[in-house]
Design a protein around this ligand. Structure first.
Ligand code: TYD
Length: 285
């Protein structure tokens, strides 16, 4: 029975917890939410995790405790985030990809009552005191030219560390270790209608890793000469896309979630959206 039904006041959220309305870019070809470090969450990315497959109704602790802040989002389905430090426990249900729960400091929390399809995203801060290299992107001026030399052979499959069992599966990506860049931005596509395609552009400098955190979709990579199409359909494997590669995303399964880890903040000037311009750039040398 809920505290309200029992005639009690609902528990006061601990002051470390704050629900955030995340930016959402709706289009006919699906929704996109983009989260940039130090902008949409007030810390630099130390680790990005996503979890799924917890049996419905089970209690589940994907992270135990962590140091520093974190942002938790239900990418698909719903689950409760529970903190037992007070009586009654604080409990909040996450059920929308455009709502995040920001945990400001180190605390212990767990997931309870996930729906059968639930997929959660946790972006957590760098461990305090750890020195990590800065993103090249932050130091360098964006060059106006795309690298004409990169080919689809510079793109590669990435398998992330993951552990799973009867309690569900957790996959983790640490900047500079599991991906070759600082994760300056995390964005995800959701509610992509069947038959819709995404992408259809290249980047001058941006590096990205794409993962099917839920469901599946195809990624076609083009370098102006060759084409390679990959199907992403496992939550712990993705594709690294180097700068100067054209990508098209298609054949999204129902409920698919494309999670992208990106090396730099959003910058429209980094896009090449015209395929003829892209091909001219690739053949410039
Ligand atoms: P776009 O990158 O073209 O989408 P996709 O490659 O997934 O098909 O972005 C769609 C729109 O969202 C476009 O207007 C730019 C905007 N956007 C942001 O504002 N921030 C972001 O981080 C991203 C990826 C897109």
């Amino acid at each position: 029975m809920s505290p309200e039904m029992a005639g009690q006041l609902p528990p006061v959220p601990p002051r470390e917890y704050r629900l955030l309305s995340l930016p959402q870019i709706p289009e006919a070809r699906g929704n996109l939410t983009a989260l940039e470090e130090l902008v949409h969450f007030p810390f630099r990315t130390g680790c990005v995790r996503w979890f799924h497959g917890a049996p419905a109704g089970n209690s589940w602790s994907p992270s135990g405790s962590h140091v520093g802040g974190a942002l938790v989002v239900a990418l698909l389905g719903s689950f409760d985030v529970v903190d037992d430090r007070q009586d009654p426990s604080y409990r909040v249900r996450l059920s929308r990809a455009s709502i995040g729960l920001h945990l400001a400091t180190s605390t212990r929390w767990r997931v309870e009552d996930p729906s059968t399809n639930a997929v959660g995203l946790v972006i957590s801060s760098q461990p305090s005191g750890s020195a990590r290299p800065e993103s090249n992107q932050l130091d360098d001026e964006l060059s106006a030219e795309m690298d004409p030399e990169t080919t689809i052979d510079d793109c590669r499959a990435v398998t992330f560390p993951h552990h799973g069992g009867s309690q569900g599966s957790v996959t983790a990506a640490i900047p500079w270790i599991d991906v070759p860049f600082q994760i300056s931005r995390v964005y995800y596509l959701y509610d992509v209608p069947g038959g819709a395609s995404r992408g259809g552009h290249a980047h001058r400098e941006l590096e990205e890793v794409l993962v099917a955190a839920a469901g599946s979709f195809d990624v076609a990579l083009k370098d102006g000469r060759q084409v390679k199409t990959l199907r992403l359909d496992r939550a712990h494997s993705g594709v690294y896309i180097s700068p100067g590669i054209w990508r098209e995303l298609r054949t999204f399964s129902s409920g698919a979630r494309c999670l992208t880890l990106a090396s730099a903040p959003y910058d429209e000037a980094d896009y090449i959206r015209n395929y003829h311009e892209f091909r001219r750039g690739k053949h410039a040398q």
